[in-house]
Design a protein around this ligand. Structure first.
Ligand SMILES: [Zn+2]
Length: 116
């Protein structure tokens, strides 16, 4: 285990509203989708995990774990990680159509070129 993606668990339907609010205040928005129903909002109450970048060839992975009936997102190491190495995991964004593609700049040899 490397770190928990800490934040407030909110219902999925609230994400658009919160994103718009954060945008209007110039606050960078950090959210991690747990499943169809819940999202962890790390914008105001997150930790360093929210700064971990995506990579198509990552050294970590994320898992949803249950602790006393509450969902938590935890980042685990995929292999031995060396001192000074950047931590990354695969964001696994759902595939979008051409107009909504986000370019990937991870720099991995086998980069998929898009995050979604
Ligand atoms: Zn990539």
């Amino acid at each position: 285990m490397v770190i928990e993606y800490a934040g407030t668990v909110i219902r999925s339907v609230l994400t658009d509203k919160r994103e718009k609010y954060y945008d209007s205040k110039g606050i960078g928005c950090y959210m991690f989708r747990i499943d169809d129903f819940d999202v962890v909002d790390a914008t105001m109450q997150g930790n360093a995990a929210r700064f971990i970048n995506h990579s198509c060839e990552p050294n970590c992975y994320s898992r949803v774990i249950n602790v006393d009936g509450r969902k938590h997102i935890v980042i685990f190491a995929l292999r031995k990680i060396y001192r000074g190495e950047e931590l990354t995991y695969d964001y696994k964004f759902p595939i979008e159509d051409e107009d909504n593609k986000l370019h990937c700049n991870c720099g991995a040899r086998r980069c998929r070129r898009f995050l979604n």
